[in-house]
Write a protein that binds this ligand. Structure first.
Ligand code: SF4
Ligand code: SF4
Length: 377
């Protein structure tokens, strides 16, 4: 099993797509039907872990953990808890998902034991600072450079949040090709369907048609050209995951793993389907003290009958359940998934040709599964 472990809900940044929208969303469901997909929600989760690390150790001794992902809020605000858990809880890989600003505070001996750092950064300086605050871009690069200098040899994933200020092709290529090799790979998630109050059908649809979809196809073209010219596969997680399925034909399941390969330990020790579904009791899977119980992670309509399900995997359980942007908004986001899968399907013969003539091997497309990259943006 893979585990997200939410250490704290506190954060040292106030990014526009997270803190800003969280404030706007507060109270925006007034007058909505009580059963809007969330079900009975526990609003009293503690901000910091309220269970003992020894409870988690006993749990992990019973349920072997592969990827143990420190998550927040900002997990590096709780360094001592990270050290204690890395010393006591057995896990195959320790991974941190962080905004990166506090990496310098992490003891080098623990830093070097981490398998992966997922660092939030949205692309070039203007784009990143526009979403996340002035000076953040430069600080993140400096911190990753320092982590490398202190002996971190694992994977550094640039984790982007993609909104309407993002030109996806330019920003992804910047992170992979213009940052001195600091980032091994890139993953992104659309800033869509997470909150209710930010649904702007006209604006979002305009951006999807005019920018995101055509630029995504251009990024796929650049990705394949790079393989053809350099014999190297740029590690763009959404492309790796979908291409693997196209090459192998193995159905992926919900690619983030929520509720079937991966669970989240909330601050109170309850096991949730995913880090976004905090407090949603209908989707609990027991807790670390009593152990894992059977829970609910079934994808409903429209995913359950979608012809793209075998490639998409269902994109997001939380979005499928809550439909915060209505059915119309949901289908608009699906149109981006279909552009991704169709674009990669169209590129497949060129990829297969490189494999056939030995210019690349399947291992060039390998990536760590369930490391917090959800694959479908
Ligand atoms: S394309 Fe949309 S409807 Fe189809 S499986 Fe993916 S998220 Fe679900
Ligand atoms: S993709 Fe959706 S269900 Fe999966 S971890 Fe992210 S928010 Fe949760």
């Amino acid at each position: 099993m893979h585990l997200f472990v939410t250490l704290t809900h506190e954060c040292n940044l106030k990014c526009s797509y997270c803190y800003g929208k969280c404030c706007d969303d507060f109270g925006s469901d007034e007058g909505e039907d009580d059963d809007d997909g969330f079900g009975d929600v526990d609003y009293d989760l503690p901000d910091n872990i309220s269970y003992g690390v020894s409870d988690l150790r006993v749990f992990a001794e019973r349920e072997p953990v592969e990827n143990f992902i420190f998550y927040g809020g900002e997990p590096l605000l709780r360094l001592n808890t990270i050290y204690e858990m890395m010393d006591e809880v057995p896990a195959k890989r320790f991974i941190v998902q962080t905004n990166g600003l506090l990496l310098h505070q992490l003891e080098p001996s623990y830093l070097r034991r981490l398998h992966t750092l997922l660092v939030s950064i949205d692309g070039e300086e203007a784009v990143t600072d526009g979403y996340r605050g002035r000076g953040v871009y430069r600080q993140v690069l400096e911190q990753v450079r320092l982590a490398r200098a202190r002996g971190f040899t694992g994977e550094v994933v640039a984790r982007m949040t993609v909104g309407r200020q993002t030109d996806i092709d330019t920003q992804v290529l910047h992170l992979l090709l213009e940052t001195d090799g600091l980032f091994d790979s890139v993953h992104w998630q659309l800033d869509a369907q997470f909150w209710r109050s930010d649904y702007d059908p006209k604006g979002f649809s305009h951006w999807v048609r005019r920018s995101y979809r055509p630029r995504l196809l251009n990024l796929i073209e650049e990705w394949v050209k790079h393989m053809e010219r350099k014999r190297r596969v740029l590690h763009i997680y959404p492309f790796l995951g979908v291409t693997e399925t196209l090459l192998t034909g193995v159905p992926p399941g919900l690619r983030c793993g929520s509720g079937w390969a991966q669970l989240t330990v909330q601050t109170n020790g309850a096991l949730a389907a995913c880090p976004a579904m905090l407090g949603m009791k209908r989707y609990y899977f027991g807790n670390i003290r009593s152990g894992v119980q059977l829970g609910n992670s079934t994808l409903g309509s429209p995913c359950s009958s979608c012809q793209t399900l075998q490639l998409c995997g269902g994109r997001c359980l939380y979005a499928n359940i809550t439909k915060l942007w209505s059915e119309t908004g949901f289908r608009l986001v699906c149109s981006t998934v279909k552009t991704l899968t169709n674009g990669l399907e169209a590129a497949l013969p060129r990829v297969q040709s490189l494999l056939k003539y030995g210019d690349l091997s399947l291992s060039d497309f390998e990536y760590t599964k369930f490391n917090s990259c959800e694959i479908i943006p």
